[in-house]
Design a protein around this ligand. Structure first.
Ligand code: NAD
Length: 331
């Protein structure tokens, strides 16, 4: 069941229940040969630039390089790119160990990733995937600068979780712009949501789907609707669980147990909320509520607001709906 792994913008959601090794083998296996076998497609991008060397950007750069792409990984400071490359190296080493690959496989893949702090690196790219902070103004400013530096044919994609692609792409090559929403951790999670706005051209959309497949993911298509498919269903579900708790209908523990044993979900909504980060969930919910004030599913939650104000952000702060020790084990 994908639910426990279906990450919102949280940083550390890794299901304890899903067989990670299984997912790994299905998501990133033999992607180099997969790329080779599909690279004859004229719609498939060849050189890729990933902007943002954080959690998601490094994951996207990793799966792209593993698939044989030349990748430029960009961030605002050299130290951020260096840190990102170290994270990729560690992740590739884990994969190599698990799959019994030779150590040279790691260095071969790493050699395909060129770190950079210069936006000019987009010059020869067919595809730019943006994974910078979840802030509309920052993303728009970045893309409008990239628009002047990239070739007119270059396709732009955002990995945003909660913003509308159309709001980012307005007036910035809207026909060659779409969404590529990967899930955390990217090398493990087998899904990518491919988003098209009404202005996204068929060729752009096909190229984005082809890229998703080439990097070993299963693409699903979705319109430019808040939260796309996964988060649109998941965030209101988690918010409703909090509302049940607020009303005193049941305890967090009982709600979690009920959804695990009664609905077959691998983890309950409160465990998931703590993994995702309560601040992250609040950020998404608040943003949607601002845009759609009459939508009851997006109504802010006083309990969530209070916990976030108290710094109880979930696993990452040691307390959310549950308490955790320094190793992240629930107390
Ligand atoms: N974390 C998740 O689980 C998750 C899942 C799916 C999608 N997303 C989305 O992916 C994006 C990135 O999230 P993240 O968790 O990787 O964030 P992060 O904070 O780990 O990384 C963001 C990186 O972007 C860099 N950055 C900021 N402004 C920049 C700029 N102008 N140019 C270049 N680099 C810049 C930062 O220095 C940082 O290294 C967000 O839009 C987020 O909503 C996150």
């Amino acid at each position: 069941m994908a639910l426990s792994l279906a990450l919102v913008r949280g940083r550390t959601v890794v299901s304890r229940l899903a067989p990670i090794t299984l997912v790994l083998s299905s998501s990133s296996s033999s992607s180099r040969s997969r790329h080779a076998s599909t690279s004859s497609s004229s719609s498939l991008p060849k050189k890729v630039v990933v902007v943002g060397a954080g959690l998601m950007g490094t994951g996207i750069a990793q799966v792209a390089a593993t698939a044989g792409y030349q990748v430029s990984l960009l961030d605002v400071k050299q130290e951020f790119v260096d840190k990102g490359l170290k994270r990729i190296e560690a992740s590739l080493q884990r994969v190599a160990k698990k799959k019994g690959q030779a150590p040279e496989e790691v260095s071969r893949t790493l050699a395909l990733i060129t770190p950079s702090t210069a936006l000019e690196s987009v010059a020869g790219a067919e595809l730019v995937v943006e994974a910078v902070v979840e802030n509309l103004a920052v993303k728009r400013e970045l893309f409008s600068r990239l628009d002047h530096l990239a070739a007119p044919s270059t396709i732009f994609a955002s990995n945003t979780s909660s913003l509308r692609i159309g709001d980012i792409s307005a007036a910035i090559r809207p026909d060659r712009f779409g969404g590529l929403h990967f899930f955390n951790p990217v090398p493990v999670m087998p899904l990518v949501e491919v988003i098209r706005t009404p202005a996204t051209s068929d060729a752009t959309f096909a190229a984005l789907r082809a890229f998703g497949t080439a990097v070993g993911k299963t693409p699903v298509s979705c319109g430019d609707t808040p939260g796309f498919i996964v988060n649109r269903l998941l965030v209101p579900y988690m918010a409703e669980a909090i509302r049940m708790l607020e009303r005193g209908d049941a305890t967090a523990d009982d709600i979690d147990t009920a959804m695990k044993l009664g609905a077959g979900y691998p983890m309950g909504p409160f465990t998931l909320l703590d993994y995702v980060g309560l601040d992250t969930t609040k950020f998404i919910l608040d943003g949607w509520h601002t845009d759609f004030p009459n939508e009851p599913l997006f109504k802010p939650s006083p309990m969530l607001d209070k916990l976030v104000a108290q710094g109880k952000l979930g696993l990452k702060s040691g307390e959310g709906f549950y308490k955790y020790d320094a190793q992240g084990k629930r107390l």
